[in-house]
Design a binder for this molecule. Structure first.
Ligand code: SAM
Length: 265
């Protein structure tokens, strides 16, 4: 079994493992105190109100013709992407899903947008970065992994919304979004990605889930995707399940072509 396979298995295992929080240290017993003077009730709470993130709700017409897939690899291989496409992955990590997209979609150009700074964290996904990137920097690891396809794979280092902005509008046939997962980051990426997508291009968002139950963090993907679909007239074309429900959703501005909807039947 190769190192990469072993690592992949370790990643999968660790990704579904939650380290329980350390038990809190016992608190010293409080010294007995005199009963406190009764105090006036505080004035009405003055906590600053947080602006809620809008959550448009999908309706049946938004999912007409959409297909359900057992996993994201199956969905990617089905998507209506032309031969010789230009594809971007926004947030690539070790390149495991880049590999899958390259295999199934055979693009003429693949652009990998990432901060490429994961090696700076001593541990990532519960694995020492040294092990994750085989002693290399994140950038060098990814570049080495795809060195046999260097004319095809372009690395764009830095914040993804800035990197995408350097490309002409209408460049990409497919953009896979999986970088920052908080609402603002996803929204920023989605705004630029839409401009850089061809009219009949597809946006795929990883982690269509409200909350990361493995690390206890809210995500903003559902709000961003639903806003595009409900308020801007896009359509859901595919939905891919994942064992921990970190599902993928594919959306398109143009209605689904009948031949794509039938593909695989
Ligand atoms: C969940 S990982 C991507 C996993 C990858 N798509 C896959 O499926 O194998 C998220 C990646 O996004 C990158 N990232 C996070 N915030 C970013 C940002 N603002 N701009 C560019 N990359 C970012 C991280 O460095 C990391 O590599």
């Amino acid at each position: 079994m190769g190192t990469r396979t072993l690592l992949g298995k370790a990643l999968n295992r660790l990704a579904s493992k939650v380290t329980p929080p350390a038990p809190s240290a016992p608190q010293p017993e409080a010294a007995p105190t005199e009963p406190a003077e009764p105090r006036p009730a505080p004035a009405a709470a003055v906590e600053p109100a947080e602006t809620p993130i809008p959550m448009p709700v999908l309706k049946p017409e938004h999912v007409v013709g959409a297909r359900l897939f057992a996993d994201r690899e199956q969905m990617i291989s089905w998507l209506p992407v032309p031969e010789g496409a230009v594809i971007a992955e926004v947030g690539v990590a070790r390149g495991d899903f880049s590999e899958i997209m390259l295999k199934h979609l055979q693009p003429k150009q693949f652009v990998a947008f990432d901060l490429f700074d994961m090696h700076e964290y001593p541990i990532f996904w519960g694995i020492p970065s040294e092990v994750l990137f085989e002693g290399l920097t994140h950038h060098d690891f990814y570049r080495k992994r795809f060195s046999d396809r260097s004319s095809l794979v372009t690395l764009e280092v830095g914040p993804s919304h800035e990197g995408m902005a350097r490309y002409d509008d209408g460049t990409f046939d497919l953009i896979y979004i999986d970088a920052g997962h908080d609402y603002e980051s996803v929204r920023r990426d989605a705004v630029v990605a839409r401009a850089k997508l061809k009219d009949d291009g597809v946006l795929v968002f990883n982690d269509y889930i409200m909350y990361d139950h493995l690390i206890g963090t809210p995500y903003g993907i559902i709000q961003v995707v639903n806003d595009i679909v409900v308020n801007d007239g896009w359509h859901v074309v595919g939905f891919a399940l994942q064992k921990d429900m970190f599902c993928d959703i594919a959306i398109q501005a143009a209605p689904l072509a009948a031949d794509s909807a039938d593909a695989g039947d």
